[in-house]
Structures are given as C-alpha cells and as structure tokens.
Write a protein of this length. Structure first.
Length: 217
C-alpha cells in the first residue's frame, strides 16, 4: 500500500524557494556587472576625449613658437615691450584665477580681461579650429583660443624688478663655475613668457594648457 509523505512535499517547496532566491541574486549581480562595465567604458571614453583635446592644443603652442622665431610678428625684442593684440600678446602679466588660468580665457564670447597693472587687454587674434577624428575638420566643433603674457608688471623693456627672469651667472654662488658650459646659468637676463591655451570641444567640454618659456636674444 502506498503512503503519502507530507514532509517530502514540503521539502520540494523549500528547494523551489531557494532556487528563486539564487536566481534573484544572480540577476542583481549581472545588473551590477553591466553597470560597472558601462561606467568603465564611459570613463575611458572621457579620458580619450580629453587626450585628444590636449593634442589639439599643441597647434597653438606650435603657432606661438613660430611667431617668436625670426620673421614672426613677435620676433623683435622691441615689439615685445608693448601689447600686440593681433598676436594675442600682452606685455604685462594677466590677472589669473586660483588655478593660474588668465581670466581673459574664462570669458564667453569676445575675449577681454585685466592685467596686473589694472589695464584691460583685449586680444584680437582669431581662434584656431581643431580637427575631430573622423571629420573633415570644418565642422569639428573644436575651437582653440590662446593668449601670451610677459611676466612683467609694466610695459617697456624687461628689467630686474619689473619682470620675472631667468637666473644669470651673477645670481648663482657656489661651484657653478665648475659646471660644463652647457649647464652654466645664462649670462644675460631673459624675460619669462607664459602661453595659456583653452580648447573647447563638443558639449562645452574645455581643457586648459599652460607653458612658460624664454626667448633667446
């Protein structure tokens, strides 16, 4: 004679419940993994986009280098004593924010900002266009704006007390005279110039670059 076993029926119900719980846990884990992958892909895309904009900004640095070379609009030392708005050049250090970015680059529309002497500097040089990967460049949506400022507190010829300058041989004591000629301090005063670049990409993304340099006389 067959007998019913109620306990066996109850055990089968418990197994089903445990299977459902395991399935829910696996589903939640799968969703978490997918979200994590999407976040990682988004972050990697942003990093790649930022690097591309940094590379675009090298165009401005290259142009500035050319402008300071012989034959360029900023080649003559006498020219650098005063502002040259057409070349985005200020002979006086520009007022900057806490991050060191000149305020003239933080304005929307036409660029304009103050220098540390209180005068207003308005660069008139045209913005440069970047080239977005996979496009012809005409509609890339990338614009490059830059300014150059001499780290001086007034216009005129560069001089000690007025400008930041590179050390000369008279400023260094100790054993510097024993260094190879290529590593000795310079014997002439060289004013320091700063170039700041703002690259604006699609969706209002902005990247800033900055570098300082001297101009051999």
């Amino acid at each position: 004679m067959m007998k019913n076993h109620p306990s066996a029926a109850r055990q089968e119900g418990v197994v089903l419940l445990l299977c459902l719980i395991v399935l829910v846990v696996l589903l939640a884990g799968g969703v978490a993994v997918i979200r994590s992958m999407n976040t990682s892909l988004f972050a990697a895309g942003n990093i790649a986009f930022k690097r591309d904009l940094v590379n675009q900004g090298e165009q401005a640095l290259s142009k500035v280098t050319t402008d300071f070379k012989a034959g360029g609009p900023l080649a003559a030392t006498s020219t650098l004593a005063t502002n040259v708005p057409a070349s985005n050049y200020s002979a006086v250090q520009l007022v900057a924010n806490a991050s060191g970015i000149p305020n003239v680059l933080l304005t929307t529309g036409a660029a304009s900002g103050a220098d540390i002497s209180g005068a207003t500097f308005t660069p008139t040089g045209a913005d440069m266009s970047g080239v977005l990967a996979g496009t012809s460049g005409a509609a890339s949506g990338i614009t490059i704006r830059y300014v150059i400022d001499r780290l001086c507190n007034a216009t005129g010829a560069a001089s000690i007390g007025k400008c930041a300058y590179t050390p000369s041989s008279g400023d260094v004591a100790g054993g510097s005279s024993q260094l190879p000629a290529s590593k000795r301090p310079l014997t002439t005063l060289l004013a320091v110039y700063r170039v700041s670049v703002r690259i604006t990409g699609p969706r209002g993304t902005q990247v800033f670059l900055q570098s300082s340099f001297t101009k051999p006389e």
